[in-house]
Design a protein around this ligand. Structure first.
Ligand SMILES: [Zn+2]
Length: 333
């Protein structure tokens, strides 16, 4: 049993309380390799922003859960080396699917876990979440739960009203489970193809896809039933057109990639939404930078020569999100 406190990590409790009160959101960036982690820590240290390092199931399969945990421990030391005296870094399990996975993360030093029972019937989601909360809270590890289903491109069903979180359920769910934060569905979705072209309109000037707006009425109703309670948005990449264009220009092909416009995320960050998950945008930044180097210098074979620029591009992206979208800069001085 390793406590995250020994590793210099923090849980989300105080961080979220401050963010809800202060009208900003904490960035939750996924990582599965060293360059990504370096970029996240450099951007957070430079902007003095609290940050959540997320480990998904895919990342655990790709990089190994134990190794990622040690990388997060290293990240705290690295942050201090960069001059960030009191780094506020959370190591969070993204989309934990079983009690056992959550338990093993609590036991190995994660400071926060998500149990995603959103695909289960309501009563089963309550029971599973409650079980995880009971274990995690023994070690002062915070728990994120989920109500409502996010649409993905692979889904046959589109993001209809029926998939949104039902505001009438949230109070009962939080009361019964004791979870510390709640991921909701108001129209965000995972991946770089968040909406099908037929769900979007087209900008007459540029011909680019304009996604449907988020369901702020649902968010408002949730806030009314859970005043001041920390809300989480998954699938909140913006899919910057500059990266999609760069990828296409240097031999890639990503037609109709579309994300959540930043002005909508800015608006959400000012509400009870206090954690915003961003993953795809960093993948796009990395891929765009790697493609550019390899296209321009076909003889290059030193990975540092393309992973280095990729890291710089990701750092730029993370800092831009912190400063211009989430508003979390200077909140962890
Ligand atoms: Zn997610």
């Amino acid at each position: 049993m390793i406590s995250y406190k020994e590793l210099g990590l923090v849980n989300t409790r105080e961080m979220f309380a401050k963010a809800v009160k202060g009208g900003y959101a904490i960035p939750a960036f996924n990582f599965n390799n060293m360059e990504q982690l370096q970029a996240i820590i450099q951007a957070s240290a430079e902007t003095k922003s609290p940050v959540i390092l997320q480990v998904s199931k895919g990342a655990r399969n790709y990089a190994n859960q134990t190794l990622l945990r040690y990388m997060a421990e290293g990240a705290v030391a690295y942050a201090k080396e960069l001059g960030w005296k009191r780094p506020q870094i959370v190591l969070h399990l993204d989309h934990g699917d079983t009690y056992e996975t959550c338990k093993s993360c609590v036991d190995m030093g994660f400071s926060s876990v998500m149990i995603d029972g959103s695909a289960l019937p309501y009563a089963e989601n309550v029971a599973l979440t409650k079980k995880v909360v009971r274990y995690a809270h023994k070690y002062d590890v915070t728990v994120e739960a989920e109500l409502g289903v996010l649409a993905g491109v692979e889904d046959e069903v589109s993001a209809e009203e029926s998939h949104y979180t039902r505001p009438e359920e949230v109070f009962d769910f939080v009361k019964k489970t004791g979870c510390d934060s709640l991921a909701i569905s108001i129209g965000t979705s995972h991946g770089a193809y968040k909406f099908r072209p037929e769900q979007c309109t087209r900008d007459p000037k540029t011909g680019k896809l304009v996604p449907p707006p988020l369901a702020f009425n649902v968010l408002k109703a949730i806030e009314k039933n859970l005043p001041g309670f920390p809300i989480v948005l998954h699938g909140s990449s913006s899919v910057p057109q500059e990266y999609v264009d760069m990828i296409d220009k240097y031999g890639g092909k990503m037609p109709n990639a579309v994300g959540i416009p930043e002005e909508q995320l800015r608006k959400a960050a000012k509400s009870a939404v206090c954690k915003i998950n961003i993953d795809s945008d960093s993948r796009l930044a990395m891929t765009a930078a790697v493609r550019k180097v390899l296209a321009e210098k076909p003889g290059e074979f030193d990975p540092r020569k393309y992973l280095g620029p990729a890291r710089d591009e990701m750092k730029k992206l993370y800092a831009e999100k912190i400063v211009n979208v989430l508003g979390s800069a200077n909140k962890a001085r």
